[in-house]
Ligand binder design. Structure first.
Ligand SMILES: *Cc1c(COP(=O)(O)O)cnc(C)c1O
Length: 378
């Protein structure tokens, strides 16, 4: 096919078609275009001075994806012993690993410390006690609560404290023999509002000064993740976001402050293309078009429930119509889209879903006996 469908790069499109033609791998599977990942790795952090990038493994913990990212020189942000074991298996040095999970399991603390991980986030006193017991003297950073407006996946309510409490927690950590080094925040995932980072940087600056007054000289600011990718709508460019962040940082912070960035979605999201199959279609309630495919909410497209809208590519050429698209399981929650515009495919046809590299496989379960799609780097 000569025409490249919307929502996919021409080079990726060609690779995907070649793979499908050459391979006898049964769908569904997730193809990840290495070239797109490499490009994103090249973009992220480039426009922010003193920035180090730590890939948030939960976005896609596939071991080959992690290996590829390690080869590209990225660090890693992890939250669990499972994520740690993946990195251990590919030999990532502990200096390249941080954990920004403010509520760590005991088992994870034990394994992370044994491995040599030495950067831990927190936002409560009991967590300080835990870290002081398992990781005496470790570098710790406090999670500040910041506005999450304009992000499709807000996170802030679960974690983070206000400035005053954060300052107290930094002091408490120092008094417990830990080494308070910095501040972190998260503006929310798929954040299309650059001002979130600006106001977060302002807030972090205030905390930085409050800490200094209490005799704690911080050296690191971790600006979290949240960079958006394109699904069906255009989003703000990473460079545009980073220029704004960098400007705010230059205005508020000294030259030598270390900046950590922890993107997940933006690193791997738009490199991924699900290859699935149309397994059924019908009309229900009179004139509603229903389409059934072999990738659904439970085995890869969980984020559709939270409002992420995907593009669907089918080989049919007819006029586009509105479809309710469902996954293969027997659960009524397994509906991915209630108004997908696409031409009518035949049962048995391939269906492609771009921008599926992040928060798909990592969320997937084998609910109802449907297997988790294999990840294949192309
Ligand atoms: C999930 C998460 C990230 C990555 O967020 P994205 O929106 O995927 O960039 C970074 N840091 C922490 C602490 C997270 O929980």
């Amino acid at each position: 096919m000569e025409i490249v469908p919307e929502g996919i790069k021409k080079s990726t499109w060609n690779k995907v078609l070649d793979y499908i033609a050459m391979s006898d791998e049964p769908p569904p599977y997730l193809l990840m275009d290495k070239e797109v990942i490499r490009e994103k790795v090249g973009q992220i952090g480039r426009t922010i001075r003193n920035a180090k990038v730590f890939y948030a493994v939960k976005a896609n913990p596939d071991i080959e994806v992690c290996r590829f990212l390690a080869e590209q020189g990225l660090g890693f942000e992890i939250a669990s012993e499972g994520e740690l074991r993946i990195l251990a298996e590919i030999g990532v040095a502990p200096e390249r690993i941080i954990t920004s999970n403010p509520m760590k399991t005991f088992r994870f603390m034990e394994e992370a410390v044994a491995y040599g991980v030495n950067y831990f986030a927190y936002d409560t006193r009991p967590e300080v006690d835990k870290m002081a017991r398992y990781a005496p003297g470790a570098n710790v950073y406090v999670r500040l609560v910041v506005p999450n407006e304009g992000s499709e996946w807000p996170l802030s309510k679960k974690f983070g404290v206000e400035i005053e409490e954060a300052a107290e927690l930094l002091i408490y950590a120092r008094d417990k023999g830990l080494n308070p080094v910095g501040i972190t925040f998260h503006v929310g995932s798929q954040c299309n509002n650059p001002y979130n980072w600006q106001s977060a940087v302002d807030k972090a600056r205030e905390l930085w000064e409050t800490a200094a007054e209490a005799g704690i000289q911080l050296r690191m600011l971790d600006i979290g993740g949240g960079y958006p990718i394109r699904y069906t709508k255009n989003v703000v460019e990473i460079e545009t976001i980073e220029k704004k962040i960098d400007k705010a940082l230059r205005q508020r912070f000294a030259e030598d402050v270390e900046i950590f960035i922890e993107p997940g979605r933006a690193v791997v999201g738009d490199s991924g293309v699900f290859v699935g199959t149309v397994i059924g279609k019908t009309k229900r309630s009179g004139d509603e078009n229903w389409l059934y495919i072999d990738v659904g909410v439970f085995n890869g497209l969980m984020e559709s429930v939270g409002g992420i809208k995907y593009n669907y590519i089918v080989g049919a050429r007819g006029e586009a119509r509105s479809w309710t698209v469902c996954g293969p399981s027997c659960d009524s929650m397994d509906v991915i889209d209630k108004e997908a515009e696409l031409p009518e495919p035949e049962v048995g046809n391939r269906i492609l879903i771009p921008s599926a590299g992040a928060y798909t496989i990592s969320y997937a379960s084998e609910f109802n006996g449907f297997s988790i799609p294999k990840v294949i780097l192309i």
